[in-house]
Design a protein around this ligand. Structure first.
Ligand code: MF3
Ligand code: CO
Length: 250
């Protein structure tokens, strides 16, 4: 499938899908505290999405059983919410959420502290967030897709963290996952030429230890092989002739 260029009308829908998702993330972030279950987060997230007249795009996606992916500590992504998984002081929790507004998808992830966390965990969250912003400095018309990958890699590898390689970012629009795939590590090729009107989900997943991950038997949860902490930061962005527009930040 070719990379799609969105029309002015489609971009307006993508902006609104992004803006509403940013609101959902704000509210979910404020809800995080010790003692809640990961299912509590999912239930609130689904309510926040539906109350905005939108549909959670992860729910039933390839059989995924919830609206929000909730991944704790060494869980990288795609943690399945459960009433039995209770957050405790010192945990870190990654929330990945997405919604559909008038047929257009948005997708974003944040990692939050649960109460007071270690300096090591704070630094991992900050490096992961920062790696997204380093990456998208290269996200502008005329550059190539893998300039983004290289920019993320240069920043993160220099600090000694592990970049997850088995999962990547993606194009997004009328589908959650569109072409192209967007690795978070340096590629040998250049990738497609970036053009104004492309909408992309850029989503570095960074481990405090090695880059290797395992896929659990529940069919979804991805964990770090060495059980080091992992963080995730994702936004849906619009490529323009200048600075990229970040659609999922208010
Ligand atoms: N945000 C994830 C991604 O970018 C989607 C979660 S997979 C799902 O691919 F199955 F939970 F939807
Ligand atoms: Co995504």
């Amino acid at each position: 499938m070719a990379v799609t260029i969105k029309s002015a009308r489609e971009i307006e829908y993508m902006r609104e899908a992004g803006r509403l998702l940013a609101e959902v993330h704000e509210e979910l972030g404020a809800f995080i505290r010790p003692g809640i279950s990961t299912l509590d987060i999912d239930m609130l997230g689904e309510k926040l999405i539906r109350s905005r007249g939108c549909v959670p795009n992860f729910l039933n996606y390839q059989g995924y059983p919830a609206s929000i992916c909730v991944s704790v500590n060494d869980e990288v992504v795609h943690g399945i919410p459960s009433s039995e998984r209770i957050l405790k002081e010192g945990d870190i929790v990654s929330l990945d959420a997405g919604l559909i507004y008038k047929g257009y998808h948005s997708d974003a992830a944040r990692t939050h502290a649960v109460g007071r966390i270690s300096e090591e965990a704070k630094k991992l969250i900050e490096v992961t967030r920062r790696s997204f912003f380093e990456g998208i400095k290269a996200a502008r018309e005329g550059n190539h897709l893998y300039d983004i990958s290289a920019a993320i890699d240069d920043y993160v590898s220099g600090l000694g963290y592990g970049i997850v390689r088995d999962l990547v970012g993606h194009g997004i629009g009328t589908h959650l996952h569109e072409d192209p795939q967007i690795p978070n590590f340096r590629q040998k090729r250049k990738g497609v030429r970036l053009q104004a009107g492309m909408t992309l989900a850029v989503e570095p997943m960074i481990n405090a230890g090695g880059w290797q991950v395992d896929f659990l038997d529940d069919g979804w949860t991805v964990v770090t092989r060495d059980h080091s902490l992992s963080a995730h930061y994702e936004n849906t962005i619009l490529i323009t002739e200048g600075e990229p527009e970040i659609l999922t930040i208010t």
